[in-house]
Structures are given as C-alpha cells and as structure tokens.
Write a protein that binds this ligand. Structure first.
Ligand code: DPP
Ligand code: ZN
Length: 875
C-alpha cells in the first residue's frame, strides 16, 4: 500500500453537491447508477478528476448526459480517471457500475448477511459501491432509489426520509429516500431484505416528533426492547447534558449478524452487529446489557459528534471517536454508578491501550501517517482519545468545558473539521492557551511520572518531587513536555483529608496539579503529620506513576480515600505489587504467600456492606494475568504469572472463606431478573465470591446444580466459566458444556459465549480444543463474531494456553490469519493484534512468536491490512 501522510492533505479540486443513486439489487449482479452534480472550485485548472474505486466492474460513464468517449477516461483497480472535463463551473457525471454483494466477503461496501443486503462504508467502503471522491471532506446531499424483488426484500431502507415507494413490473418494487443533511460518503447506508420492526416514538425537547424503528430478524422482536429503551434514554440525555437534539423525523437501527465492527453511525440509519442490539435475560449477560446501552448511545451521539460535524480527513478520526467515547462514558456514568464505570474504563484502557502505546503498534491519538486506515480504529484513537477529552474537561472545569463544546457545535456544524479546530474552540471560549496540552494528540507513548516525597516534621513541610518523561515509541525518539493534570489528595494518619494550602512549585486548581515542566519540586506548608499521598485520583491522566509507597500507605488509602475510584486503585496497586513479587518467587522456586496487609484490605472491602456490591466485586477481582505481565514489562513467562496468581488467590480464598460464603448465601437479588446496574453488581459480587470458594471448599460437583438452576445468562455463563476454567476437563465441566450447547445450539450469539469460555481455558490442551471446535457446525470462518469468539478469545484472552513455549499456538494463529486474510482482511488484521506485545515475552517464546510473524510476512499476497500490522509488529 501507499503511505498516506497528514501533511499532504489538499482539498479536492471539485465539490460534489448532490448524489442520486439507483440500486437494482440482485445477489450477484447489482447495478448501481450514480449521478453526481459537481462544481469546479476556482483555480482547479484543467486537472483530471480521479475518483476512488475498489473491486468495481465499470459499465458506463456519461458526462453531462452524453456517453463519454473512451479516450476521456481510464479505469484502474483503484479508480476512475476522467480527463477533458467540461470547462463550466457545474457539470454532471453518471457512472454505472456492477457489483456482487453475495461475493463480498470483506463485509465492506454492499454485502449480504443472512439474506439481508446491507452496507458498511466507513472508512473506505463506499468506493466498493461506486466510483466517488471517497473521503470525509466531500459532503453531499444524497437521494437513493432502491429497486428489488418484493418477495426477497419487502423492506428498502436508506438514509434520511422516505419520499416515495411503489410497485414495479415482474414482482419488483422501489423506494426513494432523501437525506437533507450533507454528509460524507462513509455515512451512506442501504439495507434491503425481509426483517421485522419494533417501533416507538420520541418527542424532542423542542417538540418535534421522531419515529424510532429497530429492525431485527423475524421472531427476535422481543429481544430489541432493551435497545429501544436505551435509545430513548440516550436521546433525552444528549438534550439534557449537551443540548443536542435529533434532526430527522425517523431514526432507524438495523441489526445484522455479519459485521466487522460493533456498530455504525450512518445518518439516520445505524447498522449494528446484532450482538449489540439483541438481549433478553435468558440469553444476554449483564455485560451484554451494559454494552448494548453504551453502543446504542455511542452511535446515537455520533449524530452530532461525527455526522453534523465530521472529520476533514482520517487522521482526525479521534475528533469524532475520542469525543463520542467520552460522551458515551459520561452517559453510562450518569446512568449507572460513576466510580464503578470509571474503574471499568481504566481497567479497559490499561488492558488494551497501554500495551498498544508501549509496543510496536504505538501511534499518536492523531496519527501523522498510515498505510491502512482500517488499522487505526484502535484503543489509542478511541480510549486514549476519550481520556484526552476528559483531561480537557478537568483542566478547564465543567462550565468552561461546556462553553467550549457549545462553541464547537455552533461554529463547526456542517463542517469537516480538525483537531486544531476543536481545540481552538476551547481556547476562544475560555481564553486558555492549549498549545502544550495539544501534545496529547500528537505524541505517542504513555507518560511516566516519577514521584518522590519527603516530610519534614520540624518544618511541617511536605516536599514532592515530580518528574515527567515519555518513553520512546516507533519513529519518535525525542518527546515533548506535556501538560498533565494530576489530581492528588493528602491524608493524615487518622484518615482525614488534609486541605492542600500554601503550595509552591506548581500551578494548582482545586486538587489538580498542573504538571507542565520536566521537573517540579512542590512544597506544601503547614502539614502537621506525615501524610499519605493519593496520586492520580479518578485517574485524571492516562499516565504511569512511579512512586514508592508502602503497603500500609496503600492500605490506608484503600480505607480512607473519599474518591471511590482511588480506593479501588490503592487496593489494585497493593495486589499488583504482591502479584509481581509472587511471580518472582515462583520463578525462583520459592513458595508464594499472600501478605496479611492485602488479605485484610480485600476482606474488609468484600464485607463492607456500605459499599455497593459492584465495587466490592471489582475490589476482590485481582489484576489479570495480562495486567501483571504489563506491569512486569519484560521477559514475561505467562506460566509463572499464572501459577503466582493462583497461589495468591488460594491464600485469599483460604482466609476469606467465611466472608465469601456469606456473600454467596446473601447477595443475589430476589425476584425477576432485572439488568439494572445495582442487581448486576450483586451478581458480579456473587460470581467473584463463588470463584474464590472453589479454591477453598467448593468442589466442582457443587457448581453443576448452581449452573443448572440459574434463571439468567449472567449466572449461567458465569458459573459455567468458573467450572470450566477451574476444573478443566472434569466430568462436571464437560457435562455443563454439553448441556449448554444442547440448550443454545440454535442461538449463535449465546454459542459465542460457549466458544469463548472454552477458548480461554488455561490449559495446554486448549489449542487442540480450539481446533476441534473450528470443525463443528458452531464455527464459521465467514462470521466475524464466531472468529472473534473462538480464535480472537484464544489469542487475546488466554495467556498460558496461547503462549505455549513450543510456539504451536503462534503457528496456528499465523495459519488462521493467512487463511482469513483472503476473505476478510479487516478482521484478520484485528485478530492478529493479539500478538502486539510479543517483544516482552521471555526469549524462547519471543523467538517462536517472531518466527510465526515471519511466516505471515513471507506471504506474497497479503492484504494491506495484515501487511501493515505484520510489518509494524516485526519492525
Ligand atoms: N462504527 C464505529 C464507531 O462508532 C466507527 N465509526 O466507533
Ligand atoms: Zn464511534
């Protein structure tokens, strides 16, 4: 592929004002007629017009309604070049292409999923439908006419409002949709097929009625109720919190079963992976419900942050994604429990974004180069992008942040904007200079704050030394100084919070320290007794903190911090330290013992009835094996980490048996299942406690009846996971797996859970199990959800089972990636990123991993997607 560079950005020579599309749909021969009205920008000269195209069969071209002579254009695999265009300011093109939706295995462009025609155009899928200026800064008004056989496709949908529909000859019919809002091609959508609909209504704050429609496969209507509820709540919330109203008279969501992403925010016609629409208590877990709520909200929020204001070019992806993730995080925090949500966000950020930022795939939130844009829908662009917006809100304060965002909506409505445009709005609205802050967008790598503190009892001063640095990342050896907003608290020996007064050496507002220099020596006066420092409260900045803190200080914070997130953070730090030491002990052949400090802190939290159950569950969930590996950083031996974590867990279980038993007996909510956050938290705590009990007393035989009597999927799959992971291969585990399969064998979304549970069994035999499962009717390499559930979970979620010292699982993955790449490069590339941290493995596994990646790299016909990931990982 050709490298694309930010600095090469140039506006187009031509604008497209209107697009009139006609689709004549048949599975292997769909005819697309694309009539576009162009306007020549002044100064365009006589430059040719080069339209993007991919996998299209060219049929015909008319210029100003006259068939173009073949000397005036040339067709290549990547586009259509048209020369000697009319010299008038305005002219039209009519381009006819032929495509085969049934053969479209990449699931980009127009394809068929379970008999439904649907589209996915972001980022560069529209060029697989017709020749076009397929870039986000070309905004046009679309009118779409769809023709199809009534029987096969009674439903014909596109963006905007339905203008007309009616019959055609020979059992065909048509529908015409018009979208009055100018949009980039990546937001185009078409859906046609036979689907059921669930309807509802919404009235906007200013009194405009909106029809809400969710389309699902027949018979699945009842499972769309929660998504509809989440949609209405999202619409209300965006009005109340950000003053954003919906702008069309209909909002449609379609659930399809083959989808590369989670969902897509096409204007007025969102297309969703059915995993993020369908839910009922029998088949969906609490996590599924929470994800549905968050993703419905996310796509809806894009209507303003992404659609009304879109991106100038794909380097600006974080402009819409980082901001929209921030908005959906805030929605979930307001809807559920803010500290629990924050803990989950930080766990996810550290599990996915931190390793990305410290490995070969590191890139800035706003990259400057890419080989393949599909590979930049990353944790860095999304999650770190959201953290950067959150820091902006922390630095400016809630009100000033809101005024900046209001200005952004007002000034850039209808624009294709940049990160600079975005930041300028906050500067203009608040008079703040954000030039140093903007480095967060431009520089990769997780900053490190190295902190030391000394208390001088006679002078009653606390001195805190802070140094910032950013480790080098690929292509960026020298790093700039950043503006890091560090929230901090001080606690006295009795647990009281000390007001921070008379501070010198740093700018401070409220409890936010503004770190802007390489070194700060911060002095706090009038401090009576040696305080305990609580650093990065609420995770105010996505940084790593290096600060030597005693276990008793961490336990003190776990007990007295008023910031609930930070209580959890202190416990987690305590546990992490213990687990790292335990890993060292395991490698040295010593026995592992868990300290009383950690056991006491965990057990007092689990029994603290004043804390919400979801928090107690998070508190006793130890850092995962991958978290421990990330904190150790180099020469990772996954088996040692697993053994150490098991030994520590055993110790906790032994000491906490009574506490865990009491939880298991008392915590579950009575009555009918409800997916609300509080009941979900109770179930989470129940499952965490039950998991510990299997290490103390509970035999596998005791789990089977619990599994069988579960009346909801959360408990059922949770207990199945415990049984199968704790007692792999046992009769009880295999019986439960068989019963689960029998009951849900016709529900692929539930079977995905069954596949994922098995793929993550921590056992050397799991590779063989995965290979066996690939041969069953439950697996299909053609369906992205199946691939992610089985192969993806195995590679990304099974540290010991995947990182076999003999390298056979790496070889397996390489083989699968090479095969999958020929069908669906985007999914292949994504699954392969599971190996992004291969360089931190111990030498034997590292060599095997490199060899497997080299096998992929040696293929001559790799897609740009997999080529890019492989090259960067090896580079
Ligand atoms: N559909 C993806 C998302 O919403 C890409 N825009 O993040
Ligand atoms: Zn998004």
């Amino acid at each position: 592929g050709q490298e694309v560079r930010l600095e090469d950005y140039k506006p187009t020579d031509f604008e497209i004002e209107t697009v009139d599309l006609t689709f004549r749909l048949t599975p292997s021969r769909t005819i697309v007629t694309n009539r576009i009205a162009l306007r020549r920008r002044s100064g365009g000269g006589n430059a040719p017009l080069i339209l993007d195209g991919d996998d299209l069969t060219f049929v015909d071209l008319k210029i100003d309604d006259r068939t173009a002579d073949s000397s005036r254009f040339s067709v290549s695999p990547s586009g259509l070049e048209i020369r000697d265009l009319p010299e008038t300011e305005f002219f039209t093109l009519e381009i006819v292409t032929e495509i085969a939706p049934a053969d479209n295995t990449k699931l980009m462009g127009l394809y068929r999923s379970n008999g439904i025609y649907c589209t996915q155009c972001e980022a560069e899928g529209f060029r697989r439908i017709t020749y076009f200026l397929d870039r986000p800064d070309v905004l046009a008004i679309y009118t779409t006419r769809i023709e199809a056989p009534i029987k096969e496709a009674p439903l014909l949908l596109s963006n905007g409002n339905l203008k007309e529909r009616g019959p055609l000859s020979e059992g065909w019919h048509y529908a015409i949709w018009h979208d009055p809002h100018p949009k980039p091609s990546y937001l185009f959508a078409l859906v046609a097929g036979d689907l059921a609909v669930v309807r509802d209504d919404f009235t906007t704050a200013s009194g405009k009625p909106v029809k809400l429609e969710i389309y699902v496969e027949h018979g699945k209507e009842a499972r769309a109720a929660y998504a509809m509820d989440a949609l209405k709540r999202s619409m209300r919330w965006d009005e109340e919190r950000f003053g954003r109203e919906y702008d069309l008279s209909v909002f449609m969501i379609v659930a399809v079963s083959d989808f590369n992403m989670g969902a897509m925010e096409n204007k007025g016609l969102n297309v969703f992976n059915d995993k993020y629409v369908l839910a009922d208590p029998e088949t969906a877990t609490d996590t599924d419900y929470a994800n549905i709520e968050a993703i419905i909200a996310h796509e809806y929020f894009h209507n303003w942050t992404g659609n009304r204001i879109t991106c100038r070019d794909w380097f600006q992806l974080c402009l819409k994604e980082g901001l929209t993730v921030y908005r959906d995080h805030e929605f979930s925090a307001d809807t559920r429990s803010r500290p629990v949500k924050r803990i989950a966000e930080v766990r996810l950020l550290k599990a996915h974004q931190f390793p990305e930022d410290s490995g070969p795939l590191a890139h800035p939130v706003r990259p400057k180069r890419y080989q393949e844009i599909n590979n930049f829908y990353t944790a860095t662009v999304y999650e770190k992008g959201s953290e950067v917006v959150r820091m902006l809100a922390t630095i400016l304060g809630a009100e000033a942040f809101k005024s900046g965002l209001d200005l952004y909506f007002e000034r850039h409505d209808g624009d294709a904007a940049t990160i600079e445009d975005f930041l300028t709005c906050f500067e203009d609205a608040t008079g703040t200079d954000l030039s140093q802050f903007s480095v967060w967008y431009h520089q990769a790598g997780t900053p490190v704050l190295t902190i030391g503190s000394r208390f001088d009892a006679s002078g009653r001063t606390l001195t805190v030394d802070i140094e910032q640095s950013v480790p080098p990342t690929p292509g960026e050896d020298r790093k700039k100084l950043m503006h890091i907003p560090l929230r901090m608290g001080l606690f006295d020996p009795d647990g009281g919070e000390i007001r921070m007064r008379d501070v010198s050496g740093i700018d401070i507002s409220g409890d936010v320290l503004h770190i802007t220099d390489r070194n700060h020596t911060v002095v706090f006066q009038n401090v009576q007794a040696r305080p305990t420092l609580s650093l990065n409260r609420s995770f105010s900045a996505p940084v790593n903190i290096r600060y030597e803190q005693s276990s008793s200080d961490l336990a003190h914070l776990a007990r007295y911090e008023t910031d609930t997130y930070s209580r959890w953070q202190a416990l987690n730090d305590l546990a992490t330290r213990e687990l790292i030491a335990a890993t060292g002990a395991t490698l040295g052949g010593e026995t592992v013992q868990c300290s009383n400090a950690l056991i006491d802190a965990l057990l007092s939290t689990v029994s603290d009835a004043r804390l919400e159950p979801a928090l107690r569950s998070q508190a006793i969930t130890l850092p995962g094996e991958a978290d421990i590996a990330r904190e150790i950083g180099t020469d990772i031996d996954p088996d040692a980490i697993f053994a150490a974590r098991s030994a520590v867990s055993d110790d906790i279980a032994r000491h906490g048996r009574d506490a865990f038993e009491s939880v298991v007996e008392n915590i579950l909510p009575g009555g009918r299942y409800s997916p609300d956050a509080e009941s979900a938290g109770q179930r989470a705590l129940y499952l965490s406690a039950l998991n510990y009990l299997t290490r103390a007393a509970l035999p596998p035989d005791a789990l089977l009846p619990i599994f069988r009597s579960a009346d909801n999927m959360t408990i059922m799959s949770g207990v199945l996971g415990i049984l199968v992971h704790r007692f792999p291969g046992s009769a009880g585990a295999e019986t439960a797996l068989a019963e689960f399969e029998l009951r849900f064998r016709d529900n692929p979304l539930v079977i995905d859970k069954w596949l994922a549970i098995q793929a993550t069994i921590p056992d050397p035999g799991t590779l063989e199990r995965v290979m066996r499962l690939m041969g069953t009717r439950h697996f299909s390499i053609e369906n992205p959800n199946r691939v992610r559930a089985l192969i993806g979970s195995f590679a990304a979620g099974n540290p010991t089972g995947f990182n076999l010292p003999d390298g056979t699982a790496y070889e397996f993955l390489a083989e699968q990636i090479i095969g999958l790449d020929k069908r669906n490069p985007q999914v292949a590339a994504r699954v392969l990123t599971a190996m992004r941290s291969w360089k931190s493995l111990e030498p034997i596994r590292r060599d095997k991993a490199r060899a497997a990646l080299a096998v992929i790299a040696q293929q001559s016909d790799l897609s740009p997607d997999v080529r890019d990931i492989t090259d960067r990982m090896l580079g």
